[in-house]
Design a protein around this ligand. Structure first.
Ligand code: XIL
Length: 340
């Protein structure tokens, strides 16, 4: 009896010691600064144990790369494809990972039936039905939504999407109000690219719109900076920081929502250095600015990224190489979050 007790006690002690010595991961370090880390997950990842392992190791939040977009989840007026969405959410829940819905409204990857919408009334009805069907089904299981994605042109005017043309510029606030009403606990984001630097026309237009929303009590919790960056373009950390801060002043969060930093391939030493600088700077901003709540990369391995087929001649934008090994830039990001 005594021997058994001693054995149980020692086993317990060993397991406590082992868990306290377990190597801290990127997501652990980021969590200390109130930042969730994660990746965009492709449906094919769900069938690949090696990929799933990397996603588990790095994610406290995941976002679907494609399966929650209209053409995939709601391809016909009365047709819904829940299968892949359910699988992704089940995987996340099993691993205690939060899920962000990307995206309720966008101008891309839409089903054909949306182009037949003509009147404001028709469009509002379809919009509301999309919101209520999804947000009721997943109430309490999706922690945040990209309610509208990419609503601006580069010059700061509003993009003339199907929603803009049929409903008018107030389609965004309408969507936010309906979304809040349907699941009051979900965080609501508006997501954009090239909106990270204060002084850029698109960034300023977005800020002005959101400021007006806050003033008028339109529900919104934060803004996503996609941050699809490239080593060949200037990157201005000071302008990103001041932009983050003006959202903080409005009481809003900022999500680094789709980070990748592409470079001409094969990569030069210089590009690699620039990439590391940009990634580290973003990690530092996420760490230091209290209202930056997530740091999500758009995928994880260079083997599987939208970059090479979207930007000819570019690649190597992510933190894992084609052999699923962590790149030096991964370590740089980890170190940045690990530092006080
Ligand atoms: C991309 C996906 O990565 C691709 O697989 C798909 O073919 C096109 O869309 N901004 C966004 C994302 O908000 O939804 C886009 O994702 C990348 C740019």
């Amino acid at each position: 009896m005594k021997k058994t007790l001693v054995l149980i006690f020692s086993l317990g002690l060993v397991s406590i010691l082992l868990s306290s010595c377990a190597k801290k991961t990127l997501k652990d370090y980021a969590a200390k600064h109130g930042v969730k880390t994660g990746v965009a997950v492709a449906v094919s990842d769900l069938n690949n144990e090696e990929h799933l392992q990397i996603i588990r190791e790095n994610s406290s939040i995941v976002v679907a790369e494609n399966c929650m977009k209209w053409e995939s989840v709601h391809p016909g007026k009365t047709t819904w494809n829940w299968n892949e969405v359910d699988r992704m959410i089940e995987f996340a829940e099993k691993n205690k990972i939060a899920v962000k819905w990307h995206t309720l409204f966008w101008h891309n990857q839409n089903p054909r039936f949306l182009s037949s919408l003509e009147t404001r009334e028709q469009a509002l009805e379809v919009m509301d039905e999309h919101i209520t069907t999804i947000m009721t089904r997943y109430k309490g299981r999706i922690s945040e939504y990209d309610v509208v994605n990419e609503m601006f042109n580069e010059d700061g005017t509003m993009r003339e999407t199907i929603w803009y043309k049929t409903i008018g510029p107030d389609y965004i606030e309408h969507a936010l109000i309906k979304a809040r009403e349907t699941d009051p606990n979900a965080k609501l984001f508006l997501n954009e690219y090239n909106n990270e630097e204060q002084g850029n026309k698109k960034a300023d237009a977005m800020y002005e719109m959101v400021k007006d929303f806050v003033k008028r009590g339109i529900p919104i919790d934060g803004v996503g900076f996609q941050l699809h960056l490239a080593t060949i373009y200037p990157y201005n950390a000071v302008a990103v920081k001041s932009n983050i801060r003006r959202y903080a002043d409005l009481g809003l969060e900022v999500s680094f929502s789709e980070v990748d930093v592409r470079m001409p391939v094969p990569p030069s030493e210089n590009s690699l250095k620039t990439q590391t600088k940009i990634y580290s700077s973003l990690a530092k901003l996420a760490k230091e600015e209290p209202n930056v709540t997530s740091f999500i990369t758009w995928g994880f391995t260079d083997k599987q990224s939208w970059v090479p087929y979207t930007f000819t001649g570019y690649g190597d934008a992510l933190l894992y190489n084609r052999d699923l090994k962590k790149k030096p830039v991964y370590e740089a990001v980890l170190q940045e979050f690990a530092k006080k």
